[in-house]
Design a protein around this ligand. Structure first.
Ligand code: IPE
Ligand code: MG
Length: 235
């Protein structure tokens, strides 16, 4: 059974801390290495027919980590600004989008997000959807608020509500559904990540820690995907 290559891959990148501990390094060094890995992976995926890469960089639950680690993670967009700008400026440069809550981010990060999104908006290369302060339950609240607003303003009749309407209010409504979801780091759970968009995703788990993610695992994940019979509920 072969079918088209995935158009949308989503990655739950996990294991930065354990990678660092195993190397006798600090957790923050694991996050730096994880960000470097992300840059490499974007480069590797550019040669595929992939349209969208969604990445889970910081969850709505990650605020509960120690303050110093949260601050370090929140500083990564600034630290890697040059690298992200480079990926966008290349021939067939990436288009950058952000998904997540905007009300808890610093002014500085909001400015960076605006910079990355606007400077890359006309790029036709891989779309990289960065999920930051992202949680599906919060995205659902956003969807429901929008739906209630539409009803109260008489733009929507409750009885005619369909899944397509709801999709219009997702953070990034124009993105195609996730075909292949990859989670590194050995855990087998979805952790409140893009549950609507992943409704029919094939799910690939690898024990590798995110900083060890490489071309071989990408090929394995593609091979896994190609071997799946995607029936979408049909026979
Ligand atoms: C993933 O690695 C990075 C983030 C999503 C913030 P972790 O920081 O969760 O690494 P482990 O799971 O502790 O090894
Ligand atoms: Mg983890």
């Amino acid at each position: 059974m072969t079918h088209d290559d995935p158009k949308h891959i989503a990655i739950i990148l996990d294991g930065n801390g354990r990678w660092a501990t195993a190397q006798g390094k600090s957790r923050t060094e694991g996050h730096i290495e994880g960000a470097r890995t992300l840059k490499k992976v974007v480069q590797m995926l550019k040669s595929k027919s992939l349209k969208v890469l969604s990445i889970f960089t910081f969850s709505t639950e990650n605020w509960q980590r120690p303050k110093s680690e949260v601050a370090f993670l929140m500083n990564l967009p600034k630290r890697f600004k040059k690298d992200i700008d480079e990926l966008a400026a290349q021939e067939d440069g990436i288009r950058v989008l952000f998904s997540g809550r905007k009300d808890r981010l610093s002014k500085e990060n909001l400015k960076l997000i605006e910079h990355f999104e606007s400077s890359s908006q006309n790029n036709t290369g891989l779309t990289v959807n960065v999920c930051l302060d992202y949680g599906f339950k919060d995205e659902m609240v956003h969807v429901v608020q929008s739906a209630l607003k539409a009803v109260s303003e008489n733009h929507l009749d409750i009885k005619s509500l369909t899944p397509d309407h709801l999709e219009d209010w997702l953070y990034q409504p124009e993105l195609p559904p996730i075909d292949l979801l990859i989670r590194t780091g050995g855990e087998k759970r979805l952790s409140n990540f893009m549950l609507w968009q992943a409704a029919y995703a094939e799910i690939y788990f690898t024990d590798l820690y995110w900083p060890d993610f490489n071309q071989t695992v990408i090929e394995e994940a593609y091979h896994f995907y190609q071997s799946r019979d995607r029936r979408f509920g049909k026979v």
